[in-house]
Design a protein around this ligand. Structure first.
Ligand SMILES: Cc1cc2nc3c(=O)[nH]c(=O)nc-3n(C[C@H](O)[C@H](O)[C@H](O)COP(=O)(O)OP(=O)(O)OC[C@H]3O[C@@H](n4cnc5c(N)ncnc54)[C@H](O)[C@@H]3O)c2cc1C
Length: 341
């Protein structure tokens, strides 16, 4: 039974946050008893796990330390029919104000390790990509510098083929190991992921990136570290600083930029509650302190409608809308007239 914080529990560790929840309402904890390598928090505020700093409580926030524990967790949630979300650094998600039912899982322990072998490095899916890039640079390996400037786990970046400054993760990825929902693992080469602009076949598949191997080049530590510094400086000049956000809110339509289109609609600086379209970069929404997911959603809909009216283009979210936010976004779209104008 769930009751307070049981520090020192040998297998499953619990912490119940200050929320109004009934004891073990879904039977999940019973199903997980005896599984080593899981830490469970009930009702943890998701705002602490998103770079947007927005989001209500997770019914269960669970840290998995190793593959067996993660597989056991997947199988238990499947058996109970609970929603399951794998979370990286939360730099591309918008959580609902009312929180998420079911399990939000994070990769820790074995999943944040790395190993160099020759000119390759294999890293766990939960490791921060920026940390990996820096470790490689310090060893005199080049290849990851352009991917060091944004908050991401290895897994989150592989899943969406993240990229910056002309380099996408597919350019350096050799292969990745995926844990499927049925507990089986499979290896996919970069090519088999069918990567395109911020997409791979993993989006929407439910497969979890548990590790990835990257091909590096022998080079100079000084040069690689210098390039990381230089690109980071450039990045912070163009992005809003000091306010929480998730980077680009919309995907760039082919041949254009979402930011340019939104700016052309005079929406730079527009706000709803605590959320604002950044006066610095129109494809970024910032949280000015008390923004709710609803505020962000309304601004996104405003920007989408304006661009649709003016340019006849349908902006698509880059940020992943989770749970009830995705539902509300879809409902709003369903109510729009079929053709702009
Ligand atoms: C300041 C800032 C700058 C940014 N700049 C860039 C940029 O230049 N280029 C760019 O591409 N993006 C950029 N982003 C967006 C974001 O950093 C990337 O999309 C990043 O790859 C998301 O990784 P994450 O680990 O934070 O994933 P999360 O935001 O935690 O999750 C995003 C999605 O990936 C899934 N996911 C996470 N980990 C795994 C895993 N191990 N296996 C399977 N699915 C997983 C989640 O379920 C969720 O659906 C920026 C964001 C910020 C805040």
């Amino acid at each position: 039974m769930l009751s307070g914080f049981c520090a020192g529990a040998t297998d499953l560790q619990f912490r119940v946050c200050d929320v109004n929840t009934s004891d073990n309402p879904t039977g999940l904890i019973g199903q997980l008893e005896g599984v080593e390598g899981l830490e469970v928090e009930v009702g943890a505020p998701l705002s602490g796990y998103s770079t947007f700093r927005i989001g209500g409580p997770a019914e269960f926030l669970i840290r998995a330390h190793n593959r067996q524990a993660l597989a056991a967790l997947l199988s238990a949630t499947e058996r109970l029919g609970l929603p399951f979300v794998l979370l990286g650094l939360g730099s591309n998600v918008l959580f609902p104000d009312e929180g998420l039912p079911g399990v939000v899982a994070r990769l820790v322990g074995d999943f944040v390790s790395h190993r160099f072998h020759g000119t390759r490095v294999t890293a766990g899916g939960g490791l921060a990509l920026a940390k990996l890039a820096r470790l490689a640079a310090e060893k005199g390996f080049e290849g990851l510098e352009a991917l060091a400037g944004f908050p991401s786990t290895v897994g989150g970046a592989v899943r969406m083929n993240a990229g910056s400054y002309g380099v996408e993760i597919k350019d350096v990825l050799v292969e990745t190991t995926i844990l499927e929902q049925d507990g089986r693992t499979r290896r996919l080469t970069a090519r088999e992921l069918q990567p395109s602009y911020r997409r791979t076949i993993l989006r929407g598949s439910g497969g979890i990136v548990i590790s990835a191997t990257f091909q590096l080049r022998e080079g100079s530590a000084e040069k690689a570290l210098g390039r990381i510094e230089e690109l980071n400086r450039r990045r912070w000049q163009s992005l809003p600083s000091g306010r929480p956000h998730v980077g680009s809110i919309f995907r760039n339509p082919e041949g254009d930029y979402a930011g340019r289109l939104i700016e052309a609609c005079d929406l730079k600086g527009a706000s709803r509650g605590g959320a604002q379209i950044s006066p610095r970069h129109a494809n970024v929404i910032v949280n000015n302190g008390k923004a709710t997911a609803q505020n962000v959603l309304e601004l996104m809909l405003t920007a989408r409608r304006a661009v649709r009216q003016r340019f006849g283009l349908e902006l698509e979210p880059e940020v992943e809308l989770m749970g009830a936010v995705r539902k509300r976004w879809q409902e709003a779209l369903d109510q729009e007239p079929e053709h702009p104008g």
